[in-house]
Design a protein around this ligand. Structure first.
Ligand SMILES: NC(=O)c1ccc[n+]([C@@H]2O[C@H](COP(=O)([O-])OP(=O)(O)OC[C@H]3O[C@@H](n4cnc5c(N)ncnc54)[C@H](OP(=O)(O)O)[C@@H]3O)[C@@H](O)[C@H]2O)c1
Length: 334
């Protein structure tokens, strides 16, 4: 790839797209020229990049001429339609949607775990589901040391995981409630302010949601561990930013909290925040905006053989989306 690639961000006005542009700038990614794309609704809006105004263009079939790298975050249907067009035009696509993640011809990559898979691409590389990414940042180092068999997990997912309109919905509902006005709903089926919703994504015939099954399916592919099993309950919580996951993991090999802590303290992209005496543990309020995920509440699981309980929190707009995508782009330039 060109050492100073022409980069397009598709979905540049969205919750992830805005972070993509910021992350490219903050990590000093050697962008040759930046193109911002969204729907006709946003054409002409301007965003700052390296002190300059960049105007958003309307996404069209011919948008990818001369572009080397396209970071997509405009939803699955846009990816399904336009990512193959971009790849056909000679561009490498890093896609944030779920459209291609389980496609055998598309690498699904978390650079701290399976960076080498990037090289296997034929035009499209997928970014993992955000809850899966945050969880695997702590689970994979433990898997390397103790061989994970299965996990039971519950997620606590921020509204920004649903996109920009869901952030507005939480803000609006909080304002309505404190001023005694009726609550209006546009994004979620129920009030999210001062509530938790035990539904993220659509339900499957099994009773799990699609989001819940991503942990097992994507976890198997990223960790190269086809026997990995995950039973997950995904919950939306009235937090603006950063997902948290409570995990009980069962391993092949015996594990202690001390041995797990030693492994996790050396893991890339992860900080151990775990001092119960001082009431120190990861919280979304403090993991928001950080590149590293945080793990704590590390303890031997009392109900599983070779089991470990832990709590991981990470900024899903960064490690679950924009940061991971830019890290993949950095791998492409190596
Ligand atoms: N939010 C997260 O934490 C997260 C994490 C991982 C992956 N993802 C994935 O990333 C994608 C975007 O999520 P988001 O949270 O950023 O959503 P969002 O805030 O709703 O943003 C959606 C973006 O897509 C653009 N878009 C919508 N329809 C379009 C069209 N017809 N043509 C061109 N652009 C169009 C929007 O542009 P307009 O301004 O013109 O409408 C906007 O820029 C989704 O696939 C999501 O699953 C999100």
């Amino acid at each position: 790839m060109n050492r100073n690639p022409q980069v397009a961000v598709v979905g540049a006005t969205g919750a992830v797209g805005v972070e993509m542009v910021r992350t490219l700038e903050r990590r000093n990614f050697p962008v040759g020229r930046l193109t911002l794309l969204a729907s006709a609704r946003s054409a002409g809006r301007k965003f700052k990049y390296r002190g300059e105004d960049v105007a958003v263009g309307e996404l069209k079939r011919e948008s990818f001429t001369g572009i080397d790298l396209a970071l997509f975050s405009a939803g699955g249907s846009i990816s399904r339609e336009f990512a193959p067009i971009a790849a056909q035009a000679g561009c490498v696509v890093i896609d944030n949607s779920s459209a291609f993640r389980m496609d055998d011809a598309v690498p699904l990559v978390i650079p701290e775990i399976n960076a080498a898979d990037v090289k296997l691409h034929s035009g499209i590389i997928a970014n993992p589901n955000c809850t899966t990414a945050v969880t695997l940042m702590a689970l994979y180092p433990l898997h390397r040391a103790f061989s994970v068999k299965r996990i039971f997990a519950s997620s606590y997912q921020a509204v920004s995981g649903t996109g920009a309109r869901a952030i507005e919905e939480l803000e609006r509902q909080v304002a309505q409630i404190v001023s005694g006005k009726p609550v209006t709903k546009e994004v979620y089926p129920h009030q999210i302010a001062f509530n938790v919703l035990p539904q993220v994504d659509d339900f499957l015939p099994s009773g799990y949601t699609k989001e819940e099954m991503k942990m097992e399916q994507e976890g198997r592919k990223i960790m190269h561990h086809p026997a990995f099993r995950a039973s997950v309950t995904c919950v939306r919580v009235p937090v603006y930013r950063a997902h948290s996951v409570a995990v009980s993991a069962e391993f092949e090999k015996p594990v202690t909290a001390e041995a797990a802590r030693a492994v996790l303290s050396k893991a890339p992209g992860l900080d151990v925040v775990d001092d119960p005496e001082k009431r120190e543990y990861p919280m979304p309020l403090f993991s928001a905006g950080k590149y590293n995920c945080q793990v704590g509440r590390i303890r031997k699981d009392c109900a599983l053989d070779n089991g470990l309980g832990f709590w991981v929190s990470g900024d899903q707009l960064l490690k679950g989306a924009a940061l991971n995508a830019v890290q993949i782009a950095e791998e492409l330039l190596k």
